[in-house]
Design a protein around this ligand. Sequence first.
Ligand SMILES: NC(=O)C1=CN([C@@H]2O[C@H](COP(=O)(O)OP(=O)(O)OC[C@H]3O[C@@H](n4cnc5c(N)ncnc54)[C@H](OP(=O)(O)O)[C@@H]3O)[C@@H](O)[C@H]2O)C=CC1
Ligand SMILES: O=C(O)CCC(=O)C(=O)O
Length: 486
Amino acid sequence: MIKTEEKTCLNYVNGRWKSSSNGETKTNLNPADTNDVVGVVQKSTLEDVDEAVAAAKEAKTAWRKLSGDARGKYLYKVANILESRLDEVAETLTREMGKTLPEAKGETARGVAILRYYAGEGLREVGNVIPSTDNQALQYTNRTPLGVVGVITPWNFPVAIPIWKMAPALIYGNTVVIKPATEASVTCAKVIDCFAEAGLPEGVVNMVSGKGSVIGQRIAEHPDVNGITFTGSNQTGRHLGQIALARGAKYQLEMGGKNPVIVADDADLDLAVQATISGGLSSTGQKCTATSRVIVQSAVYDAFKAKLINKIEELNVGNGLSSENWMGPCANESQLEKVLYYIEKGKEEGATLLTGGNRLTDDEHKDGYFVEPTVFENVTNDMAISQEEIFGPVLGLIKVDTFEEAMKLANDTEFGLSAAVFTENIRKMLAFIDDIEAGLVRVNYETAGVELQAPFGGMKNSSSHSREQGRAAIEFFTSIKTVFIK
Ligand SMILES: NC(=O)C1=CN([C@@H]2O[C@H](COP(=O)(O)OP(=O)(O)OC[C@H]3O[C@@H](n4cnc5c(N)ncnc54)[C@H](OP(=O)(O)O)[C@@H]3O)[C@@H](O)[C@H]2O)C=CC1
Ligand SMILES: O=C(O)CCC(=O)C(=O)O
């Protein structure tokens, strides 16, 4: 195993690494072991943002005028560099954010694949020829980049999310200023270093780390930032959307979820159990696509519950660097507090704790933010634990008699990101696909884990209704020009 070292990470502006203009820094600690210093990141200033935006603005015309093929070649290069550093980047990710090493390696490999997918976009067709009413004219559509794109990312996928926003932004001809989540800025700096080593022209990619309410806010407000792409909480997303709307910038928000799984009375229970655990508890439940409400028909409720609890009680929780452990810590102290708050809230509201519910404080866990995987039953859909995003390893079992009742509860939420059904019955599958209010619809598969080549995004309050990833990304990162030639 490569042991990554504590490192001071600088901002990356106009092709150079530099300290924040006030010299202030923040130290990032390992959430599995707070004695382990992962790195030191810049607490940047408004001037640092302005400098990065100016660099991106200066670079945008030359970058737009390159062929898609030329931009794609840079992305292939970044992919190869990231692949060659996969172990180091993944280990930093695990140390900084806590997910297990296999998950971190999987995420980094996904970053490589996303870069290659979008590199290939540089050679794919753009636009349509549209018949004109004038038989002497040629009418067609073309695409033009937005210009400078501000990228504001969360800590839960510190490699994949920056890449799935930056790679399409770049291939479609935009330049980028990214502000990574403070908690994950060391990992993001390692990703940006791959772009730096690939030799992209100065100013095309810029990274400024620092407080969201200062640096993120400035990016959103900056008149020279033409588009803002964000993943994170609903509160911050809505705030950024309002800022962007007020000044006429394009914006894209991917936010929370309260994702249901329906276990129908004819489901393959072993499959449903495995998918509920993977979808709900991997990455310590810290995915916007994580399963949190498990709606089970009464005919199979007891059998499903017994199998689920049995499997969950076998899971090892601990430092994600050890192959012994299946689940790591919460990513930071405030996440831990949030999870413990909702566990208490669930008890107060009358839900019954079936397993878990505690912070782990024994010798192995005392220096980290570990919490037991937790399952409640006697949960009703109006409880806070059924309606509010916990972002932790907490599942609520809801018992229903009929499939129709399950569907009704599954949709009874402000969110609409992902949802899954477990059934062998084609009528139930079709009813689910047709009636579920979610952007990502899974049949006999977990709610989490998106495919990079397919559109991803939510309905209702989970998103701004745009889609990321796959070819769908072109809709956000470009504008259509309709051309008429006579
Ligand atoms: N949908 C998802 O994938 C995610 C959802 N969440 C949800 O959000 C909750 C809180 O997590 P948290 O990290 O606070 O999420 P935030 O939404 O606050 O953070 C996401 C990103 O936005 C930045 N940010 C914060 N405030 C502002 C602002 N006023 N203007 C511009 N940018 C800002 C953050 O910077 P900084 O790091 O400096 O705060 C970070 O880069 C979680 O418990 C979870 O429920 C969180 C992460 C991902
Ligand atoms: O489930 C996934 O693969 C993606 C989840 C995600 O986008 C998120 O948690 O922000």
